[in-house]
Every structure is written in structure tokens, then in C-alpha cells.
Design a protein around this ligand. Structure first.
Ligand code: SAJ
Length: 434
């Protein structure tokens, strides 16, 4: 198929990089977002999200004359849906007395509805949003049928998940393997024709539901494996073993690769996607469900460690919390376990001062330090919550000179315990029972 003009609905972390990359590859792109202020920001040539290289790609797309933005779709050869699929805030499912979260598909529904008046014979529609299995067949196709056209017969319909890593989106968008699941083989082929405009990685064609499952399986696999690493950390703590040493040794086995324990699992993908399986088949997913529970409980385990490090007294203690981001060297605080640790410590009566070098303003309700020195100054204990390079490179001697705190809690195996001990610190590490 030949694509002269496409319409991308949703200009967020995935839609904007995708739309602007198509435009810099010679396709006319209309970017659509229901949020007026996002559209206006882009029309001014600015961007509303932080992602390395994105500003340059969007500027190049605008300069090429191929990229325009609007709050309304228009006729096009292909429509891409890249809108968020968060959870319902106050709606839960229940199975055997266990509550689970439910995907909020309203954005997918309304973006699909917005396409209906513009859908023409032989068009291609691609859903990119992470969605519960069978969404393409059972939610998107029936809405598009309101046009009088039928998916797979009159127009092509496919599901193609993004699998890019925040911080490396623009490179991975081009280089990663791409899965395209069509409602018919012809739909998958049409999707492959479209993405091959810029994708250099392998393009794999399959059916729509397989592609939906693939995306959820990838992130669920990671979540379950982090959960087992977190349980190993708890076990090591109990048995007087250093989990980091044990993981290193176990991973010498040619068929074992253990992920890293930490303060929990954050971000907008791995802590979210497994729920889409649980929601659609709670009776089949006890392992996935319990892994989510283990990872969500990990901040409580960290708080117990901090308590232990402080001789069981947490109330009134001043704690410097280093890092709030959901993972190292990013500015994204969404669903971050570090935030959860800070909230729990505050609830226990600690006076927490947090320092996040990638987002100094932090989050509402937090006492944010303006600088590292500001955080360390008059702290009783230092808790390392994120492996930001800046923190990993700290020298114990320098830190000792800036604070009266002599207690550190390392939740990410970021610091060499012996070095800190020789600078006079009492060191507690997550998973280090030794
Ligand atoms: N984490 C651990 N231990 C580990 C690895 C990660 O505790 O050994 C924690 C991190 O600290 C973080 C969370 O897990 O809080 C998730 O971080 P991540 O770097 O593993 O993943 P994300 O959420 O940034 O991006 C993932 C990626 N998926 C996989 O690696 C399977 C990315 O490719 C997906 O595109 C993205 O989810 C998504 O949007 O689905």
C-alpha cells in the first residue's frame, strides 16, 4: 500500500515521536490531540514532553512542511491511535475476594469514534495503545463498523504495540523489531507497508490478538521476574545472605538471569500492563496477580529497613531521600516506588526532605530540597532510592563532610558498603542480610 497522508490520534510519549518520525520520512502527517493546549504548544514549535532528541525531530517535521496539528482528524490513508489506557481511579474488579484494577478504555473508544466520519474504503487503521487482549476485535472493529465499512473486508485494521524504552524512544522506534497484528493477513501486510517507511528492525506480521498479547507478555515477564528478585532480597535479608552477591553467582549459570531487586516497580508500563491480563482472566492469573502484589508491597519492605537502620524510631527523624524518579537518569516520577517510600515514611512521622536532580520541584505534598547539600544538611539518615549516576558517583568522604547523618540505607545496591563504612557510616542495604 502507498501512504501519502496519515493521521495520528494522541500526541503523547508515543504518538508525537511516531507522528514526527513519519513526517521526517516524507509522509504528510496530521497530528491530532483532544487537548487544545498541547496542539497550541506544538503549533508554536514547542513540545510538552521531555524525551531526548524529540525537540529536534518535531522541529524538523514542522520545517519539512509535512507535519501539522489539530484537535480534529481529517481524511487520510491511514489512522494511528496512540492514546493512553490508564486505570479507572475508582472502579475495581473482584475475583475470589481479591480486588484488581480495570483498564480505562475511554480514550481508545473516543479516538476510534472520531475516526468514523473520515474512514474510507481501503484505509488502514492501527491501534498502538497498550490494551487488554481482544480490544482490536471487540472494541475497535465494532465502533469503526458504524461507518458502514467492515474491518478486514472494506478497510484494513491492525494492532501494533510500541515497545520503546523511555529515554531512548526516537532510536528504538526505528531500530526495534515491530510486531503488526492484522485482523486479516492483508491488514497485517498493510501495517507492515506503513511502518517499513521508517522501521529498520525486523517487522513481524501476525494476528491482532497475538500482537496484543505479545506486548502484555513482555512487560508481565519483566514484572514477574522483578517480583522474584524482590522476594529473593527478602529471603536473603532473613537468612543473613547478601542477595546481590547471590544473584551474581546464580547468574553464572548459563540459563539463569535474575533481575535486580529494588524499592519496587514503577513507570507507566511494567506496573500497569500485567493488570490487563488479570482483568480479562482473573481465574488464570494467580502468578501475575501476586507478582504485582509483591512489587507493590516492596516500598513497605524498604520502610521497615529504614526503621531498623534507625533503631526502630522513625518518628521525628530527618531523612534525606535521594531520588524520586521511577528509574535511573530519567525525570519521570509517574508510578514511582520512591514516591511511595517517601509517603510511607511521612506517614510514620519522619521528616523527609527529598532531592530529585531531574525534577527539582518534585511532587505536591513533598518537602523538596533545592540541592543535594540542602537535602543532606541536618539529616539523621540518608536513603538512596534511585540509581541516578550523580548519586552513584558520590564520594562517602565528601558526603560525611556535608551532614551529621551517619546512617545510610541503600535500596538499589548503588554504593560500596565498605567505602561508606570506612567514612564512618552505618550501612543498611536492601537484601544484604550479611
Ligand atoms: N526494575 C527493577 N529491577 C530490574 C529492572 C527494573 O526493580 O531489574 C524497575 C525499575 O526501577 C522501574 C521499573 O522496574 O521502576 C520499570 O523499568 P524498566 O526500565 O524495566 O522499564 P520501563 O517501564 O521504562 O519500559 C518498559 C520496557 N519494557 C521492557 O523492557 C520489557 C519498554 O521496552 C516498553 O516499551 C515500556 O515498558 C512500555 O511502554 O511498555
Amino acid at each position: 500500500m502507498n501512504f501519502k497522508k496519515i493521521c495520528v490520534l494522541g500526541l503523547g510519549y508515543i504518538g508525537l515521536p511516531t507522528a514526527s518520525t513519519f513526517a521526517t520520512h516524507g509522509v504528510k502527517v496530521l497530528g491530532v490531540d483532544v487537548n487544545k493546549s498541547i496542539v497550541e504548544t506544538l503549533q508554536r514549535g514547542e513540545i510538552h514532553i521531555h524525551e531526548p532528541g524529540l525537540r529536534d525531530t518535531v522541529s524538523a517535521a514542522l520545517a519539512s512542511g509535512n507535519f501539522s496539528v489539530s484537535t480534529q482528524p481529517q481524511e487520510a490513508d491511514a489512522f494511528l491511535i496512540a492514546v493512553p489506557t490508564p486505570f479507572h481511579e475508582n472502579k475495581f474488579g473482584e475475583y475470589n475476594g481479591q480486588k484488581y484494577k480495570l483498564a480505562d478504555m475511554r480514550a481508545v473508544t473516543s479516538a476510534t469514534e472520531a475516526i468514523v466520519p473520515f474512514l474510507r474504503k481501503d484505509n488502514l487503521v492501527v491501534l498502538e495503545s497498550t490494551s487488554p487482549p481482544r480490544t482490536t476485535l471487540e472494541l475497535v472493529a465494532p465502533i469503526l463498523a458504524r461507518s458502514g465499512l467492515q474491518a478486514g473486508r472494506d478497510f484494513h485494521l491492525a494492532y501494533s504495540p510500541e515497545r520503546v524504552l523511555p529515554g531512548q524512544i526516537l532510536r528504538e522506534l526505528i531500530e526495534n523489531a515491530r510486531v503488526i497484528g492484522g485482523v486479516t493477513p492483508e491488514s497485517a501486510q498493510a501495517g507492515a507497508d506503513l511502518y517499513s517507511i521508517f522501521v529498520k528492525g525486523q517487522i513481524v506480521q501476525t494476528d491482532a490478538t497475538t500482537a496484543e498479547m505479545v506486548k502484555l507478555m513482555e512487560n508481565t515477564y519483566r514484572d514477574v521476574n522483578i517480583a522474584i528478585a524482590n522476594e529473593f532480597a527478602r529471603l536473603a535479608d532473613k537468612f543473613g545472605v547478601d542477595v546481590w552477591e547471590a544473584i551474581q553467582i546464580a547468574s553464572l549459570h548459563p540459563r539463569v538471569k535474575i533481575l535486580s531487586p529494588g524499592p519496587g516497580v514503577g513507570g507507566h508500563c511494567i506496573s500497569v500492563d500485567p493488570w490487563f491480563f488479570v482483568e480479562t482472566a482473573p481465574e488464570l492469573t494467580p502468578l501475575i496477580y501476586n507478582s504485582r502484589k509483591v512489587n507493590d508491597a516492596q516500598p513497605h519492605f524498604v520502610v521497615d529497613l529504614v526503621k531498623r537502620a534507625l533503631g526502630d524510631v522513625i518518628k521525628g527523624k530527618r531523612i534525606a531521600a535521594l531520588g524520586l524518579a521511577y528509574k535511573p537518569d530519567v525525570d519521570d516520577l509517574r508510578e514511582s516506588p520512591a514516591n511511595e517510600v517517601v509517603h510511607l515514611l511521612q506517614k510514620e512521622g519522619a521528616r523527609v526532605k527529598a532531592f530529585e536532580p531531574f525534577k527539582l520541584e518534585g511532587l505536591p505534598g513533598m518537602d523538596m530540597a533545592k540541592s543535594l547539600d540542602d537535602a543532606l544538611n541536618d539529616a539523621d539518615a540518608i536513603v538512596l532510592l534511585v540509581r541516578h549516576t550523580e548519586f552513584i558517583n558520590l564520594k562517602p568522604i565528601d558526603v560525611a563532610a556535608k551532614t551529621k547523618a551517619r546512617v545510610i540505607v541503600d535500596t538499589v545496591n548503588g554504593w560500596n558498603a565498605a567505602n561508606w563504612q570506612s567514612a564512618g557510616f552505618a550501612v543498611t542495604r536492601l537484601g544484604a542480610g550479611k
